[in-house]
Design a protein around this ligand. Sequence first.
Ligand SMILES: Nc1ncnc2c1ncn2[C@@H]1O[C@H](COP(=O)(O)OP(=O)(O)OP(=O)(O)O)[C@@H](O)[C@H]1O
Ligand SMILES: [Mg+2]
Length: 248
Amino acid sequence: MISVKSLTKVFGEKVAVDHINIHVKQGEIYAFLGPNGAGKTTTLKMLTGVMRPTEGEVHILGTNILRNPVKVKREIGVVPDEPKMYPSLKGWEFLEFIRKVYRSDDKETRVRMENLLDIFGINYLDRYIFEMSHGMKQKLMLVSVLMRKPKVIFLDEPSVGLDVIATAVLKELLKKHATGGGAVFLTTHILDMAQDLADRVGIINEGRIVAEGTVDELRKIAGRKELEEIFIKLTGNEERLREMLEKL
Ligand SMILES: Nc1ncnc2c1ncn2[C@@H]1O[C@H](COP(=O)(O)OP(=O)(O)OP(=O)(O)O)[C@@H](O)[C@H]1O
Ligand SMILES: [Mg+2]
């Protein structure tokens, strides 16, 4: 469902993403982990047609995203790290806007929307987006994406700002999406989230994928048990962490 070959992004002198390859199959949840500035958001932007790669290819559901961006965008759902929504719309106006833009203002979509609003406990659709907290906007964004039932969902740090219940709900919804024949690509700093959700984890460091596999496979590669230890070892930060802790 997602196929990435030799994907690269260079900003001036900085190689933010360095010839990475990723493949995500139907039914899979893929979690992308890495330190701040490792290249996760840049990768996600290139996978969703928001940013043009310097080099490399991205195919989503067999379609080259640069050749046919509109077709791809119609079939995917994207939850960015900072939900960019029109602040002067009310919650319900935003959802209507999305349904119209995606030409999915049908009964099934509206039923799914009502259901999702209920599950997330959203009772603030009459408020303006500028009045909403980060978590409130994030939940609204999730509803606007999930109601369309996209085949592939991309999420950039989706649990930032979400409360405990909303995070648990989101995890279940993503699992259901995958088992229902979809695919999920998400970035996260919450290792529990990756551990609970992901069929496969990719660890990116300074633009390169340094390890990839199931959590069990990564345990073997790193010779460590906890995902936190695996992450710190594989990103080459064991020494740095020790030095920093000594300074405290
Ligand atoms: N538009 C841009 N122009 C110049 N440099 C950029 C741009 N966007 C990102 N970068 C650089 O690319 C590198 C990767 O950034 P990116 O946002 O992809 O990191 P990230 O892994 O998502 O980090 P975080 O965990 O903090 O969200 C960083 O060095 C960043 O400064
Ligand atoms: Mg990021």
